[in-house]
Write a protein that binds this ligand. Structure first.
Ligand code: SAM
Length: 162
């Protein structure tokens, strides 16, 4: 498999999962996008979930202006600085869907970030809430349901809060 094949597979899995989750998430609860990047997945989510409040977390927003959320929904800064006060403000167990796409090319750092972020996401998801992620997380109150989605193992990760 070429690197092009690999990127296409990952992006296809990402899009299919965003579509899948958009169809089945609870009609109530917050939606979070962690890592705005170019705004591609944010644009997809807001199109699939019209009318839903989508909070976006990004340390250095540089997306196309058409893909920037309103300032009220854009949490600028390092997620480890912005997420704890956000949880404090909105309350625990409030998220119906979290999409985390914050990986870099540094696998060791990615693992550290996922381990450190896990308790925050575990706390924020509401019962039945879903986490879609570009890497594995360690969530004590969630079940790994990736297999239910038909996505190939290791391509993307899906967790459901009990
Ligand atoms: N999903 C995006 C898209 O479709 O365009 C791509 C996201 S890109 C792979 C990852 C983004 O996460 C980058 O813009 C990076 O700045 C952001 N990011 C990574 N770690 C972060 C952190 N600790 N706090 C805030 N933003 C972070």
């Amino acid at each position: 498999m070429t690197r092009l094949d690999s990127v296409i597979r990952r992006l296809t899995a990402q899009r299919d999962l965003l579509d899948w989750a958009s169809r089945i998430i609870s009609p109530t609860g917050l939606v979070l996008e962690l890592g705005l990047g170019n705004g591609r997945t944010y644009d997809h989510l807001r199109t699939r979930l019209p009318g839903r409040e989508i909070y976006v977390f990004e340390r250095s927003p540089a997306a196309h202006p058409a893909c920037l959320p309103e300032p009220k929904y854009l949490m600028v800064g390092d997620i480890f600085d912005t997420l704890p006060p956000f949880i404090e403000a909105v309350g625990r167990r409030r998220a119906a869907l979290i999409h985390a796409d914050i990986g870099s090319g540094d696998e060791r750092l990615n693992r550290e970030v996922a381990l450190r972020m896990s308790p925050l996401l575990d706390e924020l998801l509401q019962p039945g809430g879903l986490l879609l992620a570009d890497r594995s997380f360690a969530l004590p109150h969630c079940e790994d349901v990736t297999r239910e989605t038909g996505v190939a193992e290791g391509r993307y990760y899906v967790y459901r809060r009990q």
